[in-house]
Design a protein around this ligand. Structure first.
Ligand SMILES: Nc1ncnc2c1ncn2[C@@H]1O[C@H](COP(=O)(O)OP(=O)(O)OP(=O)(O)O)[C@@H](O)[C@H]1O
Ligand SMILES: [Mg+2]
Length: 250
């Protein structure tokens, strides 16, 4: 479980996160939703330590991240897998070299062990026989899968995905969502996903946290999203004319 307590974050005079408190559950897909610019990426980066925070606390299974030394933080980062906006694969490395990269950086596993791990992760994301292809030779959906394989190659306790299905068609987006959800359950990971895709919310939103202009306005499950009284959440959910029409038909 990851707990965020009374977190404030500003850039210069601009307050971007205001008093955010929320717990993200282990073994669940926790979704952070909100409009563009609401603060989702800043919150995710604050949780993994890529942004410092002004005040507040962040606990990883009770471990106080903010109070840790740099070395302790680096150790904890080995328990984190990250898939950030775009897949951020290294274009000059093959699929296998991309996925093996964190193992070479952070472990002293033997080459055989590393290769075995790479192949088992490729299997988990349902990709095989692509080890020696370069990112340019893959489709967008395949690149996301490789990004996921790299994010889980160290068998993380915590998985962070920022807009994992951006740029994908709705069907492929659904496949990627379900893949992340399956891995989360199979490996009992605390997973946090940023999205503004309502399809993702309804498909895998076991816990949903709605951020509006840097404030946490609402949290609940995917079922609660549609029946909430929160005005900002309603505006977000029913932003499209199609969604409004469906709501009016009910
Ligand atoms: N490094 C930075 N320096 C200054 N301001 C920043 C920085 N990063 C983000 N911001 C500001 O913080 C606010 C929240 O941005 P953030 O990227 O978290 O939005 P988001 O919810 O992830 O949006 P999107 O859905 O478009 O990805 C925005 O007003 C943005 O301009
Ligand atoms: Mg973002």
């Amino acid at each position: 479980m990851i707990e965020v307590k009374n977190v404030y974050k500003s850039f210069g005079k601009e307050l971007v996160l205001t008093d955010i408190s929320v717990a993200f559950d282990q073994g669940k897909t926790n979704l952070i939703i909100g409009r563009s610019g609401s603060g989702k990426t800043v919150l995710l980066k604050a949780i993994v330590g890529l942004h410092g925070i002004d005040t507040g606390a962040i606990y990883f299974d009770g471990r106080d991240f903010i109070k840790m030394t740099e070395i302790q933080k680096q150790d904890l980062r080995k328990e984190m897998g990250m898939l950030f906006q775009g897949s951020a694969l290294f274009d000059s490395l093959t699929v296998q070299e991309n996925i093996i990269f964190p193992l070479e950086m952070y472990t002293n596993m033997s080459y055989e062990e590393k290769l075995e791990r790479v192949n088992s992760c490729l299997k988990m994301v349902e990709l095989e026989k692509v080890n020696h292809l370069y990112p340019a030779e893959l489709s967008g959906g395949m690149k996301k899968r490789v990004g996921i394989a790299r994010a889980i190659v160290q068998f993380p306790q915590y998985l962070f995905c920022d807009e994992p299905n951006s740029g994908l068609d709705p069907m492929t987006a659904l496949v990627i969502d379900n893949l992340i959800s399956k891995i989360t359950h199979d490996m009992n990971i605390t997973t946090i996903i940023n999205t503004h895709d309502m399809n993702s919310v309804m498909e895998i939103g076991e816990k949903v946290v709605f951020i509006h202009e840097g404030f946490k306005c609402w949290e609940g499950t995917r079922n609660g999203v549609l029946s909430s009284d929160d005005k900002h959440l309603n505006d977000f959910v029913f932003a499209s004319n199609l969604a409004k029409k469906i709501k009016n038909l009910k």
